[in-house]
Unconditional design. Structure first.
Length: 272
């Protein structure tokens, strides 16, 4: 019998937590272009840094297996070599709450956002690699026992194409083919280092597939069918979020502070 993949809704911290890229808050690679007024930052976002539990409480009713939670590097290490243990404790609390509901939790180490101190070209700079791997081993060493899985990059290829080919994300380059190749190699190097790490490697998830919610039901059905042999399927996103990394849609939303399911039953039936 073919093993059914775990289906997890994503929670990408920068877009949903609030508390980035304003004065006295952790600064990210988006801080310069936000300061220049080229786009809006996440601001207070959805306020989930204090309210993660309220949206996670809705996941069992969706019929999904759990959540994939991005651990924001800029929050955990807001300045190079300065680590916020309270932030890790908060992420640990969130994971513990999800697990208490019987949900799986995969933690993602690197997403679309990284600390401003790593530079706009972070994934092109060799000196960033040891800091990235140290962050990863610190996070998994603290949170790995509570979580049920780990992924290194939420979408490594999107990181390359958006940043170096399409000019739609930091470092805002277009057609930089040679540098895109170098970034792919460095990203693969980071994955290789962490795969071989005694703390991180054994917890890594195998094959994955991400489904965006801005497609027709027919297209999502086909994606779900093609992902049937994966280990985990990620539905982006549980909450749409705000700012430059917000998702196309969310499975839950809120009105006057009350969170509720917004996804249609037909969509949930396809995703499960």
């Amino acid at each position: 019998m073919t093993k059914r993949p775990r289906v997890l809704a994503t929670l990408e911290g920068y877009a949903v937590e609030g508390g980035f890229d304003r004065p006295h808050e952790p600064a990210t690679c988006f801080a310069p272009t936000i300061a220049l007024g080229r786009h809006e930052g996440p601001g207070d976002a959805e306020g989930l840094w204090r309210d993660y539990e309220r949206v996670i409480d809705l996941v069992p009713s969706l019929g999904l297996d759990g959540v994939r939670l991005t651990i924001e590097w800029a929050r955990v290490e807001p300045r190079r070599g300065v680590h916020d243990d309270d932030a890790l404790a908060r992420y640990e609390q969130v994971i513990g709450h999800a697990r208490s509901l019987g949900l799986d939790v995969t933690i993602a180490l690197f997403g679309d956002v990284w600390p401003s101190w790593a530079g706009m070209e972070a994934w092109l700079l060799p000196w960033v690699v040891p800091y990235a791997t140290q962050f990863a081993t610190r996070v998994v060493g603290r949170l790995g026992e509570a979580a049920t899985g780990v992924v290194v990059f939420t979408d490594a290829e999107k990181l390359v194409t958006r940043g170096y080919l399409d000019e739609t994300a930091p470092p805002w380059r277009r057609g930089a083919v040679a540098d895109a190749t170098s970034v792919r190699q460095q990203v693969q190097h980071v994955v290789g280092l962490l795969s071989a790490d005694a703390t991180v490697g054994p917890r890594l998830v195998g094959s994955t597939h991400t489904i965006e919610l801005d497609h027709t039901i027919a297209a999502i059905t086909e994606q779900r069918r093609r992902a049937s042999t994966c280990d985990e399927v990620y539905v982006r996103s549980l909450v749409k979020g705000r700012g430059p990394t917000s998702a196309p849609g969310g499975l839950v939303t809120h009105d006057t502070g009350v969170w509720s399911t917004s996804a249609a039953k037909v969509l949930l039936d396809v995703l499960r």
